[in-house]
Design a protein around this ligand. Sequence first.
Ligand code: PEP
Length: 266
Amino acid sequence: MYFCTEQKTTTIMRTKIVAGNWKMNLDVTASIELAESISKEITSLKTENTRIVVAPTAINLYPVTTHADLDNRVEIAAQNMHQATNGAFTGEISAEMIKNVGVQTVILGHSERRTYFNETDKALAEKVTTALKNELDVIFCFGEVLEERQSNNHFKVVESQLQNALFHLEEKDWKTIVLAYEPVWAIGTGETASPEQAQEMHAFIRTVIEKKFGKTTAQQISILYGGSVKPSNAKEIFSQPDVDGGLIGGAALNAVDFVALIKAIQ
Ligand code: PEP
């Protein structure tokens, strides 16, 4: 069988999540090995209340979903997808293709997509719509750059990113959306938002969501922090009341570190 037809429908309520974005790293063998190592390391852990997600590069999604021997707690996500259903979009992948290889979740709006591939809020709004239409869960990333924080515009920027890309949704759509606040100045820089800065922004994000979609949605949504989370700082960040977990780059490429982050959130 070439295609995976058996798929899991997840209802996302507020839950702890540790998600690893592998970016353009790891060949097929290394991807399978890393997924399997994480899987092996968590066998003795109680993680019932935590979603564990890893996002290999697109070409390795199918090998990982089909060839890696994984505990069913390890979810696989795509790092990006195009907003169109199909067509002349060389190099792109569609929502249907992602589902077709047994993947249930897609990361959208990562700052590297916004910066290097010119993804706009408008394109991201379309991508979110397409993902939801195809019953994909979404991890939606956003966050301010350094100058915006230094000029005290970070709240305004974050609010407008949310409004532009997500405010066309209906309340029911939020069941399958996870937010990932990622201050761009902290991504891959070794610089981390302080636990207080993360908490302050996450609480603000809930107020933005509440104003438009109501208190229940604002309280149920999971909001991840991303930006140089590592075993040494994870516990403090994850223990903030409005931080539900992390979207992890560098530290997700090492099974021991990634599992340490999963342990830090228990
Ligand atoms: C990311 O790319 O989403 C990220 C948070 O990277 P890092 O953990 O390496 O800062």
